[in-house]
Design a protein around this ligand. Sequence first.
Ligand code: BEZ
Ligand code: FE
Length: 292
Amino acid sequence: MPEFDEKSITAAVIARMSECKDARFKQVMTSLITHLHDFVREVRLTEEEWMQAIQFLTETGQACTDRRQEFILLSDTLGVSILVITLNHPAENGTAESTVLGPFYWEGAPELPRGSNLAEGVKGEPTFYSGRVLSADGRPLPDAVLDIWSGDGEGNYDMQLGEEVGMKARGKIRTDEQGRYWFRSIRPTFYPVPTDGPVGRMLRKMGRHPYRPGHIHMIVSAPGHASVTTHLFVAGSEYLDSDAVFGMKESLVARFDRHEPGVAPTGERMTTPFYTVEYDFRLRPLTTSAAA
Ligand code: BEZ
Ligand code: FE
């Protein structure tokens, strides 16, 4: 009968995968088991702590619904999401950097004409966004689509305001022949990630704040190019240097210029102060085999 001590148990568990046919799965599981066992040995995990961890993961699963993904939030706040994204989307040749998707993406936002106000009836300071979508070499990309979403000027996403609210501050905008886009929305403010579940408890216990700096989300896609899931961060926003999900990237910080009431870039007359932002997104062309 084989018996294992606190060292030999690791090799024994790995050896049980000798029949595993999937080489990549085996590699991932071998590393996971090795690190997990090393972690348990390193901190000399007590039985009570191990049960607490199992209870925590159970509650994380139980907190998930079709509108809430507590496991992704856990991955985000532990920096795992951004680590995976950064490994798989290295910044190269000035192409737009990727960052976290977050839990508030809602597939199926309507495509709206360029210049539309995405945030009709949404609280917040009016902001006119514009720029171009370009290929890595600077060639403008017509027919690129920006799938855009943000919270309101008080930091709340439509999904958090109740079932009956429906889509707010969302929409798709397509670029014109010169690769240009423009639309109106609001200037997003900083806000906390959801803290009423197990991840919130974990953050409090860690002595961490739950805030993300002000940002607007977009997935930018264009024919023959790799799509980018990204944000524009509001320059000067609080928490830029301590984003709760580690998603802030310098290259995604955009200047929001404030204007006194007057004529906006879309020609509309504004009776309140407003902001303008300009940002160009460069996309990486797909290689011929990847595009096929
Ligand atoms: C967000 O930006 O919407 C977000 C990202 C990660 C966790 C929570 C919220
Ligand atoms: Fe967000």
